[in-house]
Write a protein that binds this ligand. Structure first.
Ligand code: ADP
Ligand code: MG
Length: 385
C-alpha cells in the first residue's frame, strides 16, 4: 500500500510543482497519473522512490514512512522504467532481461528461472534467451523490454510514459501485455501517461492532475460517469463520455414506467380488451402483489378464438431484467433474444417498467448525437459558467 499524505513539492522561488496531494493506492493496483504537461505527474511518481524529495508531507509504503528508509534500499525494491529504452545490442536477450537482477547480485539459477518464466509468459521460445536483439523482430524486442521491467521481483513498479514514443498499434499490444502481466504477477504499477485512452485501458484507479493538484482520483468507470470538471471532460473527450453514459447507466433511467399489465386471474377476454384499449401487442401478467409472473402476446390470445380462460393458463414465463441492469447488458439481451421489449422488475420481482427497442435506440441516438440542450448532464454547471 502506498499513501501520499499532504504532499507538496515546492521549488525555490515559491514555484509549486505539486500541492495538497492525498492518495492511497492498494497493493496490486494499476494506477495511472494523467494530466497535461507540467501538471506534476512525474514529480508525484518520482517521490515514491525518493528520486524526488517532498517539501512537505509524508509518503508511506505499507505503513512505513519512506523518509526513514535508506534511499538506495528503497530504490532496489521499486522498479523504475522510463521511456522505452531499447535493448542493449551487444548483450543476449537473457543478459538484457536479467540486467537489474544481476545488479542486485542474484544467483545465476534464480536469474535463469526468472528469465525462462517471463519469456514463456510472452509466448517466445526459451531458445530466444540466447539470441541477440537484432535477431528478433521489433515487436518481439518490445516484449522483451516489458519483461525486463518486471524481472527484478519488485512489488512496485514506476513507469513514466513508457510507451509514449511508440506507434499506436505497438502501443496497443504492449498495453495489453503489461496489464496481463501486472495481474498475473500481482505487481503494483504506478504509470504516468498523458493519454487518457491509455489510462482508461490500463488503470484500476486514475489520478487526474492539473497544475500540481489532484483533480479527481477514482476508477475509470466512475470518472467516465462523473467527470468532475471541464478539464476532466476535455481530457476524456465528449465522445467517450457519451459512450459511457449509454453503457454504464441502468435501464431504470430509460425504461417506460407503468407497462400495461393484467392480473393472472383475469380472463383472456379481458386481456384482449385491455390490449385493444391500450394499443399494445404484449401484456405482462402479475400476481396480487404486482409480481411479474408471465407474459402473453396478441397472437397467443387470438389463437384462443372465443374460448375464455384465466390468462394464468395460457401465459408463458417472461424474459426480464432488473432495474439496475446496465443499459449495455439490456441492449445485448434484447438483441440476442431478438425480442421487441423486456419487462423490468425490482428486487421483489415487482413489475416496474418496460424497455423497448425504440427506447434503447433513442438513448443511443441521444448519447451519440446529443440533445439540443445538454444541460442535464452537467450537474455542476461549470461548463456554462
Ligand atoms: P509532468 O510530469 O506532469 O509533465 P512534472 O512533474 O515534470 O510534470 O512538473 C511539474 C511542475 O514542476 C512543472 O511546472 C515543472 O516546470 C516544475 N518542475 C519540475 N522540476 C523542476 C525543477 N527541478 N525546478 C523547478 N521546477 C520544476
Ligand atoms: Mg512527466
Amino acid at each position: 500500500m502506498i499513501e501520499f499524505k499532504d504532499i507538496a513539492k515546492i521549488y525555490p522561488g515559491n514555484q509549486v510543482a505539486v500541492e495538497d496531494v492525498n492518495l492511497t493506492f492498494e497493493e496490486g493496483e494499476f494506477i495511472c497519473f494523467i494530466g497535461t504537461s507540467g501538471s506534476g505527474k512525474t514529480t508525484c511518481m518520482r517521490m515514491i522512490n525518493r528520486m524526488n524529495e517532498p517539501s512537505k508531507g509524508q509518503i508511506l509504503i505499507n505503513g512505513q514512512d519512506i523518509q526513514s528508509m535508506n534511499p538506495v534500499e528503497l530504490r532496489r525494491k521499486i522498479g523504475y522504467v522510463i521511456q522505452q529504452i531499447g535493448l542493449l545490442p551487444h548483450m543476449t536477450i537473457y543478459e538484457n532481461v536479467v540486467m537489474v537482477p544481476r545488479l542486485l547480485k542474484w544467483n545465476e539459477e534464480k536469474m535463469r528461472a526468472t528469465a525462462e518464466d517471463l519469456i514463456q509468459r510472452v509466448d517466445l521460445p526459451l531458445s530466444y534467451l540466447d539470441k541477440y536483439p537484432s535477431e528478433l523482430s521489433g515487436g518481439q524486442q518490445q516484449r522483451i523490454g516489458v519483461i525486463r521491467a518486471l524481472a527484478a521481483d519488485q512489488k512496485i513498479i514506476l513507469m513514466d510514459e513508457p510507451f509514449g514514443a511508440l506507434d499506436p498499434i505497438t502501443r496497443d499490444s504492449l498495453q495489453k501485455l503489461i496489464k496481463r502481466l501486472q495481474k498475473e504477477l500481482g505487481k503494483t504499477i504506478v504509470f504516468v501517461s498523458h493519454d487518457m485512452d491509455e489510462a482508461l485501458t490500463l488503470a484500476d484507479k486514475i489520478v487526474i492532475m492539473d497544475k500540481g493538484h489532484v483533480i479527481q482520483f477514482d476508477s475509470p468507470e466512475n470518472i467516465l460517469k462523473n467527470p468532475k470538471s471541464k478539464y476532466v471532460r476535455d481530457l476524456i473527450g465528449e465522445e467517450k463520455i457519451n459512450e459511457a453514459k449509454t453503457s454504464f447507466n441502468t435501464v431504470e433511467t430509460i425504461m417506460l414506467k407503468n407497462p400495461v399489465s393484467i392480473n393472472q386471474d383475469k380472463t383472456t377476454y379481458e386481456a384482449i380488451k385491455l390490449m385493444r384499449e391500450k394499443r399494445v401487442d404484449t401484456l405482462f401478467i402479475t400476481d396480487q402483489d404486482q409480481k411479474l409472473v408471465g407474459v402473453v402476446g396478441m397472437f397467443d390470445l387470438s389463437k384462443m378464438g372465443r374460448q375464455v380462460k384465466p390468462v394464468r393458463e395460457i401465459m408463458v414465463k417472461p424474459e426480464y431484467i432488473h432495474r439496475e441492469t446496465k443499459i449495455k447488458d439490456a441492449v445485448r439481451a434484447i438483441w440476442q433474444l431478438d425480442i421487441r421489449n423486456m419487462p423490468v422488475v425490482d428486487d421483489e420481482n415487482k413489475l416496474v417498467g418496460i424497455v423497448t427497442r425504440a427506447s434503447v435506440v433513442d438513448t443511443i441516438y441521444t448519447n451519440l448525437w446529443g440533445e439540443e440542450e445538454d444541460s442535464q448532464d452537467n450537474p455542476e454547471g461549470e461548463d456554462h459558467a
